[in-house]
Design a protein around this ligand. Sequence first.
Ligand code: HEC
Length: 238
Amino acid sequence: MTRLRALGVITAFGLTALALHAGARIAADREVQPAAGSAQGGWATRTVYACDHRKAVVVEGVRPDERLSPAKAQKVADLLGDLMRYCNEEVTARIATNETVTLSVNGLPFVAYTPGGQPPIELVKGKSDYTDRDRQIWKAELDKLVKEGDRLFHSDELGSNGLACAMCHPNAANTHPETYPKFQVEMKKVALLRDMVNWCVQNPLEGQKLADEDPRMRALEAYILVQRGGVPIEVGKH
Ligand code: HEC
């Protein structure tokens, strides 16, 4: 009964949960009302979603509007980390008021789970890895972005005076993306790679600053980073 009710709530709520900027979703379980004024009140639960929204942890005994204690929040984070190993699956974990944990994968019945331990056999069976086709699609998407970055880096269209990035940085030489973020004396602040891209767009190229979400900025960053593949990251290095 408890299981069925928890599952039904997650499914219903999954459609309307709010996205939070932190990469996790924390949503109040609006359908389950706690007994007035009591965190222990029978059905009180709070549900936290992973960033893929296919993994959820239901914490029993916490009101929908109540902040989790640091210990509980850590437990939820650890559990979401565990669940993310079942990348393609829809998994729900429930932390009972007595701290026992149960898991349900793809809507199957809840089974006992020891955090950090071996997953129940039901989950291993349900596990499906990404296919070669998935990887090919991802690579093709990335290649497309890098190719566009390559084109922009060698073109004069980012500026107004005919200069191109590649005229001073052949093959992205001396762009040192692996050293960002770092303090830039000219800017008097810690700069991100994209700040330097814009600095060069505006100064030598006399072009318009690119917005963070500008597809051209994303393409330039991808191209510059790919050119420096294998170089160790040394944030802040001058
Ligand atoms: C006229 C030559 C010139 C052009 C054209 C130019 N840059 Fe630069 N770029 C520089 C100079 C000079 C620096 C400063 C080098 C330094 O700080 O070590 C620099 C620095 C950078 C850096 C930081 C490098 C580091 O070591 O921290 C990046 C990233 C960068 N440019 C990207 C670009 C991009 C992207 C374009 C095209 C939009 C571009 N640059 C166009 C001359 C140029």
